[in-house]
Design a protein around this ligand. Sequence first.
Ligand code: GDP
Length: 444
Amino acid sequence: MAFEGLSEHLQRVMSKIRGKGKVTEADVKEMMREVRLALLEADVNFKVVKDFVKRVSERAVGQEVLKSLTPGQQVIKVVKEELTELMGGEQSKIAVASRPPTVIMMVGLQGAGKTTTTGKLANLLRKRYNRKPLLVAADIYRPAAIKQLETLGKQLNMPVFSLGDQVSPVEIAKQAIEKAKEEHHDYVLIDTAGRLHIDEALMDELKQMKEVAKPDEIFLVVDAMTGQDAVNVAQSFHEQLGITGVILTKLDGDTRGGAALSIRAVTNTPIKFVGMGEKLDALEPFHPERMASRILGMGDVLTLIEKAQAAVDEEKAKELEQKIRTATFTLDDFLEQLGQVRKLGPLDEILKMLPGFNKIKGLNNLQIDEKQISRVEAIIRSMTKEEKMHPEIINGSRKKRIAKGSGTSVQEVNRLLKQFDEMKKMMKMMTNMPKGKKRGLKFP
Ligand code: GDP
């Protein structure tokens, strides 16, 4: 998981200062020495680290006094604010041209994830913002790049504009924009040619394309795993081409995080999106504050809620609420709920978004056993309709049959029945609660 080392290190430092009723200058100094080390270990640019430490130290010593926080907590608040600022402060929005289509040039070195990200971005624009993008295959140099984009287009059921690899990329862009106008596409995403290294020919071609396509955004796609190299690439591209935003890919890998924390400060361009996996829905808008919160172990409830909203069918959620309220929730409904939770993504990633989760003893390195959920599902599937509706009829011999049918044990069947019983009791309790408090009860 990205930022793991940094996150652990910073949280260790913060826990020392959190409870302090009085924070002296020496305390701050001691803390900042550790923070500096943590950032350098995470491969953050040394100048960025130096500035960061200076700013936090100044603010932490002469800070405004808030009654609701202890001095220790106030120092942590300063660290979080500065970390957020370092990554760009506010979340930056994607441009919308006053006269459509909005043209976006996707640039980057080979292997950074440019073509995949072009597909992901089109998917996000359609899904989240209800847009109608046209994908443009203008990477005529990397063998198979055109085919790759066409395959992505098929998967997404989205049109891809291509003129093969014998027409110049500038001409392709020109014709694509014309076509987008004719066919009323509101976004044009141009997958430009990458190279293994930055070279003059590449930059010249991109500059020409910029001239002709007059893009509203130029997004540079960089691989987070390459650390400070990613920062250098961003700086070069920015100097020569003037990029408007960075998309950082492979943040799902175990990058130390240096690129995410340095790019904004070094290049003065914001990170707009982050790639969190190979699948087409694994692109997220980048929220500096939420990321700072995740790094400091304060959770990221907002992203979790958004994921839940995207994955869960609203209608189904309402139906479920009704069942809970009338206490007619069955094991079949439970089975469906498990499926819903799974749609949110790998469980250990989800749990990390809960505030304080990583502070629970012994859960730090917990590998959530996804197989366990499959076993629960298998148990429920081995029950008869009658048993699922009225689990109280499940006696000893039925339990044996269910365990056998699901390849589990009687103990596991017992455990599930007990959990389900407790869940129903909880639901009864909630049913008696005032209405407002029942909201959000989507995942029993
Ligand atoms: P391009 O040469 O820049 O166009 O790179 P590609 O789009 O072909 O991507 C290179 C590889 O990186 C592919 O195997 C992608 O699946 C993978 N990739 C792209 N983005 C991500 C990401 O966010 N996470 C992970 N794990 N892999 C990614």
